[in-house]
Design a protein around this ligand. Structure first.
Ligand SMILES: *Cc1c(COP(=O)(O)O)cnc(C)c1O
Ligand SMILES: [Zn+2]
Length: 430
């Protein structure tokens, strides 16, 4: 049977070649459902492809093509390629967080600097399958950078709806650089998402926000690749920042399917970490997931500054499947954890640091045990938001103390002054 789309609520199915983002019967979110009964899917199949120079399997997404989109013709695949990101073993950060074993999976090492590339290769490939010539998204920045790049790569028109405030400069610049049609709109992310869905519907443009299930199929490979890098050993915990909750939803689906296929024999627990000022999932969790209460979002971690996450039902499902938890961290905790990740030579953007800050907090709260192994996902690159770095280290962030400050030193054109800095003597400021 070919793959199809299926409503997660009522089970209604739709063919893959239909342009549709929600169930027309009940409004539920759609899953891509594959039929694997005719395929042989083993660890060895994926291990054999490691190191290949050939497309599409050299991509860290399409290496797992059978799990992502088994019957798509290879010549329609739009791939930079993406994935193949490093998994860092970080003993010092582990000690700071209070666990023995911590790895950081650095999705900021993707072509445009965030995990969104893994979703975009799936989504733009589907745009080509559907014969769409224009693709659009609303974005806090990284989705638009990825969309602009992949659309240009595929020869499609990319269209970006951006917030008018607080877009990190590394993200804004990428949209312009890759030649997308960029529209700055006087509205926040949640409103922009509503606008892009309405307007795209009316104009026949393909929407590539994470409500698009093909994006989530690509993002599943973060989990598959991580576990392959661990030689198929399953960690106890996966810790991931949560904004629109597409990534955590994709992780849950990946892990569920991997166990179904016998690629793993148990599931790790997923911990979703939100910023205090953008924590509707956390608040719903406190109330036993009765319902999602949208909130006005505010946080320095702009990538997760989302108050009404569209993938809420799928994220709750992922938490149910994996016996997962939700945690919340302050902007102060985010920026301090980021400073430590940065100073370790690894670097990430503010939202990504939720993984480390959240791990520490979950240890403090007795949820994660010291002896358990943790993989934290770093979602975006250090180069995405240079303004936040400079403001932190020059102590210019309102209400945030730079606990791990690396202060810029000043010297005149003077051998004596420079030497006294390097010798650790105090110098009179010039
Ligand atoms: C998009 C993004 C997130 C949030 O992911 P969701 O799937 O929306 O929960 C976190 N960090 C970075 C860097 C992102 O770009
Ligand atoms: Zn339905």
């Amino acid at each position: 049977m070919p793959s199809q789309l299926q409503c997660m609520d009522c089970g209604a199915t739709y063919p893959m070649n239909q342009v549709i983002y929600a169930c027309t019967a009940c409004g539920g979110l759609l899953d891509v459902k594959h039929d694997w009964s005719e395929l042989t899917i083993t660890r060895e199949l994926f291990d054999q492809r490691l190191g290949t120079l050939d497309a599409p399997y050299r991509s860290g997404v399409w290496r797992y093509k059978e799990l992502v989109y088994p019957d798509v013709p290879d010549d329609l695949i739009v791939s930079r390629p993406e994935g193949n990101t490093n998994l860092y073993h970080v003993p010092k950060l582990a000690a700071w967080a209070g666990v023995d074993t911590l790895y950081l999976k650095h999705e900021g090492e993707n072509p445009t600097g965030s995990f969104k590339d893994r979703g975009m290769t799936g989504g733009v490939t589907q745009a080509r399958v559907l014969g769409m010539t224009r693709v659009a998204c609303a974005s806090t920045g990284n989705t638009s950078a990825a969309l602009a790049s992949y659309a240009a790569f595929a020869g499609l028109e990319g269209i970006i709806f951006m917030q008018n405030r607080q877009i990190a400069v590394g993200k804004l610049a990428q949209g312009l650089a890759y030649g997308a049609t960029c529209i700055q709109i006087n509205a926040d992310f949640d409103r922009n998402l509503a606008l892009v869905r309405q307007i795209s519907d009316e104009l026949g443009i393909y929407v590539l926000n994470s409500v698009n299930p093909f994006r989530l199929e690509g993002q599943k490979t973060i989990m598959i690749e991580t576990i392959q890098q661990l030689k198929w050993h399953v960690p106890d915990w996966i810790v991931v920042p949560g904004g629109n909750l597409g990534n955590s939803s994709a992780f849950g689906k990946a892990l569920y399917e991997m166990r179904q296929l016998g690629l793993i024999d148990r599931l790790p627990r997923i911990a979703i970490v939100q910023a205090e000022g953008a924590s509707p999932l956390y608040r719903a969790a406190q109330r036993g997931f009765d319902h999602l209460e949208p909130m006005k979002a505010e946080t320095i971690a702009t990538a997760i500054k989302i108050g009404n996450p569209v993938n809420y039902p799928k994220a709750v499902r992922a938490l149910t499947w994996t016996n997962g938890v939700v945690e919340m961290v302050t902007d102060q905790e985010i920026m301090d954890a980021k400073a430590l990740i940065d100073a370790a030579g690894i670097g990430c953007e503010p939202a990504s640091a939720c993984s480390l800050a959240g791990t520490r907090k979950l240890v403090e709260h007795g949820v994660i045990q010291r002896g358990e192994s943790v993989v934290g996902v770093l979602t975006g690159s250090v180069m995405k938001d240079p303004d936040a770095i400079i403001a932190y280290h020059s102590n210019q962030l309102e209400d945030i103390t730079p606990t791990y400050q690396n202060r810029m030193r000043q010297a005149g054109d003077s051998v004596e002054q420079i030497k006294s800095i390097l010798l650790g003597e105090s110098v009179p400021t010039p």
